[in-house]
Design a protein around this ligand. Structure first.
Ligand code: HEC
Length: 454
């Protein structure tokens, strides 16, 4: 996406390290939240549809509760979903400045799909609230079932009908859009690890057919299941002391579903982690890639262990630990991907660093091309007749005057080319009659000398 390239400037060394930190932080927010959102929506939609079909109140209640607890609200959707993904996109746009790879475009498209998805998901969520509001009013109206059917104005039942349509549709649309978001997202963060193939990846279809993207996408989904299941356990039973108004039946139901989803996800993730590790190009492998893959394995195994304790012994006290380890596992997987990207793009990043430093100086307008002219020579031949660095001669000592230019070579060059009256204690300086390039060279020499560089 060329317009993104125009928005960014190449980053300097410090700026690059900062970017990498921002990138990791954003991924650490985005991936778990995406996991909760995609899993929460999927299971909510399934239980909602099935619950309505077989008229099971427990299923419908579960559908409403998970979308409430996992998607939270629209602001959270923007804050933990859209904003981090935008920030991820811009970090990559900066890191991959001038690299011909479509990763940044993929991430940008992912952000757009996410925005659409979030919109549908929260309207899905709100239909539940309106529905329960209508139910409450029906309850306090004191009318029985038959009276409700005959006495309630037709608009109400029409409205309810529409509401239920929106409910089932928007949940489904939200889910599908989230899947598309996930495909574009994994496409983006996978291809950046294949540095020698950047040129080949120009066509979107190719990327989705690539095995590595596919495996990483499936891994994202199973990891999402682990996050979703653990989050269900955490938000129903652990967070703020857990939900208090749960009857035994509902309690057991949620516990069973939540821990099964979590365990399945947590047990499958290492499998895909393993496959994805073997699909990584050699140019992306490094000691830290091995290390983070290993740590992710260990952390996922511990997670399975805690979840098993919850399933087998109903040891609810391990839920907090499980939640901690699922986030930690996400963290290690992210670090593994980032190290792989770092190794793959090492040469490139070094090149941008150099370019950035040059551009940075020129942007500030403080350097001028002085190739082929010797500043020191001009100083000894011309200026030294009237100037010393430390003592007053005809003109003021450089130690006093040069620092006032603050390293601005252009400004000093201007003065040398065209000296103006400055200090009343001195006579005016005669024009030394230098060419612009020569003036720039002396100016650079004096500034470097004062800064202690030469
Ligand atoms: C004939 C003597 C003479 C020569 C040669 C001379 N200068 Fe000066 N220069 C002066 C005097 C006198 C001043 C004080 C001017 C004033 O304050 O108005 C001065 C002031 C300066 C200042 C201070 C400007 C400021 O902002 O206060 C700089 C810098 C400077 N000269 C650089 C140079 C350089 C570089 C050269 C050689 C290319 C050079 N001068 C050659 C006499 C000279």
């Amino acid at each position: 996406m060329d317009f993104l390239d125009k928005l960014v400037i190449p980053a300097t060394t410090q700026h690059l390290s900062l970017l990498k930190i921002i990138l990791i932080m954003s991924l650490l927010i985005f991936i778990p939240f995406y996991g909760m959102l995609v899993g929460g929506t999927a299971f909510s939609v399934i239980f909602n549809a099935y619950g309505r079909k077989i008229k099971n109140k427990l299923f419908i209640r579960f559908a409403k509760d998970i979308i409430d607890k996992l998607a939270i609200n629209r602001f959270v959707g923007v804050g933990l979903g859209i904003i981090p993904l935008l920030s991820i996109t811009f970090c990559y746009a900066q890191l991959l400045f001038e690299v011909k790879v479509i990763a940044v475009s993929l991430l940008f498209v992912a952000t757009l799909f996410l925005a659409l998805a979030v919109n549908f998901i929260y309207s899905y969520q709100s239909t539940f609230q309106i529905e329960s509001l209508i139910e409450t009013f029906k309850g306090i109206s004191g009318l029985n079932k038959h009276e409700l059917e005959t006495k309630l104005p037709e608009e109400v039942s029409d409205y309810e009908f529409d509401l239920m349509n929106t409910n089932s549709n928007s949940g489904l649309y939200g889910f599908v859009l989230l899947l598309i978001t996930g495909i574009f997202f994994t496409g983006g963060i996978t291809i950046v690890q294949f540095s020698e193939k950047y040129q080949d990846f120009q066509n979107i279809a190719q990327i989705f057919l690539s095995g590595a993207t596919f495996i990483n996408f499936i891994m994202l989904l199973v990891l999402s299941a682990a996050v979703t299941g653990t989050a269900i356990l955490f938000f129903f039973f652990s967070w703020q002391g857990g939900m208090h108004d749960m009857e035994k039946e509902y309690y057991n139901f949620v516990k069973k579903i939540g821990s099964n989803i979590a365990f399945t996800g947590a047990a499958l993730t290492p499998v895909f982690l393993f496959i994805s590790f073997f699909m990584m190009p050699n140019s992306a492998l490094s000691g830290s890639v091995f290390m983070y893959t290993g740590l992710a394995f260990v952390s996922l195994l511990l997670l399975c262990n805690f979840l098993y304790a919850v399933i087998k012994n109903s040891d609810m006290k391990y839920i907090g630990a499980a939640f901690y380890f699922v986030i930690l596992s996400c963290g290690f997987i992210i670090m593994k991907n980032q190290s792989a990207f770092g190794t793959a793009s090492y040469k490139h990043l070094e090149a941008i660093n150099l370019m950035a430093e040059e551009l940075h100086k020129e942007k500030k307008g403080k350097t001028v091309n002085t190739e082929g002219v010797n500043g020191e020579e001009i100083f000894t031949k011309i200026c030294s007749a009237c100037h010393k660095f430390d003592v007053k001669l005809v003109g003021p000592p450089y130690q006093q005057t040069i620092p006032t230019y603050n390293g601005d070579v252009k400004k000093l060059q201007q003065f040398i080319l065209n000296p103006v009256k400055k200090n009343p204690e001195y006579p005016p300086m005669p024009n030394p009659g230098l060419k612009p390039k020569e003036a720039a060279a002396v100016a650079q020499y004096l500034i470097d000398k004062i800064a202690g560089k030469k």
